[in-house]
Ligand binder design. Structure first.
Ligand SMILES: Nc1ncnc2c1ncn2[C@@H]1O[C@H](COP(=O)(O)OP(=O)(O)OP(=O)(O)O)[C@@H](O)[C@H]1O
Length: 259
C-alpha cells in the first residue's frame, strides 16, 4: 500500500482568508492510518484555522481536504461523519448530567447507547460514579475526559484535537496521552495541535511545524532533532546541553514572542 492509500486525511494547498488577511497559506500535509500527527506553531501561526477548515467550521478559499476518501467540499456530510472533533469544555451545558451529555451526543451521532454501554464508557474514563453529576461539577481534567470520549463515540476514522491537554495535571495528561494512543492502536488517525514540545516528542509519530500560516517542515520528532542537532542556531538556543524538540522549534520559528 502506498502512502496515498494510507492517508486518512489529505490536506492540499489549503488557504484560509479572513477578509484581506491570509491566515493559512498553501498548507499541505497528510495524516495516515494509525498515526498521531501534531501540528505545532507559535500563537497565531494558523493551527486552529487549519483544524477548523478541516472540520468544516471555517471556509477555505483554496485547496482541498479529503477525509477517509471523501472530499470535504463535494461530500461534506460523509467527510464529517468520518471525523470526531473534541469540543471545548465550555461547549457543554454545565447543568446537564454527565450521562445526559453522553446520551445526547450518542443520539446526535446516531449511536445506540444502552445502559450497559453508558456504564462501560463511564468506567473507561474512570468516571463510573459521576454519571449523575452535573458536567459543571466535574474538574477540568474530568471534563476533558468526557469531551475526548464524545469525540470518539461514533468510532471515527479521524480524530481532531485542538490543544487537548492544556490545563491538565501530569497524571491527567499522561492518561489522556494513553487514550490518544489507544485511538491510534485501533488503526485510526489523530490530528492534534499542541504547544507542549514534550507532548509532541513523546506522543506524535510525525509533526508539522507551521508559522505565519505556512508549513515549515514535516517529519518525525526524532528525525527533526537528528537533522538539526548540529545546527549552530539550534545549539545557541539549547538550554540543557542536549538538543530537544523545543530547541529545534525555537530555532526554526524564532525567539520573538508573537503579538
Ligand atoms: N475569525 C477570525 N477573523 C479574523 N482573523 C482571525 C480569525 N481567526 C483567526 N484569525 C487570525 O488568523 C491568524 C491565525 O489564527 P489561529 O487561531 O489559526 O492561530 P493558532 O496557530 O491556532 O494560534 P494559537 O496558538 O494562539 O491558538 C491569527 O493572526 C488570528 O488573529
Amino acid at each position: 500500500m502506498n502512502n496515498q492509500q494510507d492517508s486518512i486525511l489529505k490536506v492540499t494547498g489549503l488557504n484560509v482568508q479572513y477578509g484581506s488577511f491570509t491566515a493559512v497559506k498553501d498548507v499541505s500535509f497528510d495524516v495516515r492510518k494509525g498515526e498521531i500527527f501534531g501540528l505545532l506553531g507559535p500563537n497565531g501561526a494558523g493551527k486552529t484555522s487549519t483544524l477548523s477548515s478541516i472540520e468544516g467550521l471555517v471556509k477555505f478559499n483554496a485547496g482541498s481536504v479529503v477525509v477517509d476518501g471523501f472530499d470535504a467540499r463535494e461530500k461534506p456530510l460523509y467527510a464529517r461523519a468520518a471525523m470526531g472533533v473534541q469540543l471545548q469544555s465550555t461547549s457543554f451545558q454545565p447543568e446537564l448530567k454527565v450521562s445526559e451529555i453522553l446520551q445526547l451526543y450518542a443520539g446526535i451521532y446516531g449511536v445506540p447507547l444502552t445502559k450497559d454501554k453508558l456504564e462501560e464508557i463511564l468506567k473507561e474514563i474512570k468516571l463510573e460514579d459521576a454519571g449523575s453529576k452535573k458536567f459543571g461539577e466535574l474538574s477540568g481534567g474530568q471534563q476533558q475526559r468526557v469531551s475526548l470520549v464524545i469525540s470518539t463515540i461514533h468510532n471515527p476514522r479521524l480524530v481532531l484535537l485542538d490543544e487537548p491537554t492544556t490545563g491538565l495535571d501530569p497524571q491527567s495528561r499522561r492518561q489522556l496521552w494513553e487514550r490518544i494512543e489507544a485511538i491510534r492502536e485501533r488503526g485510526h488517525a489523530v490530528l492534534l495541535t499542541t504547544h507542549s514540545m514534550e507532548e509532541a516528542e513523546s506522543v506524535c509519530d510525525r509533526i508539522g511545524i507551521i508559522d505565519h500560516g505556512k508549513v515549515i517542515i514535516i517529519d518525525t520528532p526524532q528525525a527533526l532533532i537528528e537533522k538539526y542537532k548540529d545546527d549552530p542556531e539550534v545549539i545557541a538556543v539549547s538550554r540543557r546541553g542536549k538538543v530537544t524538540l523545543e530547541d529545534v522549534f525555537i530555532a526554526l520559528t524564532g525567539r520573538a514572542v508573537r503579538a
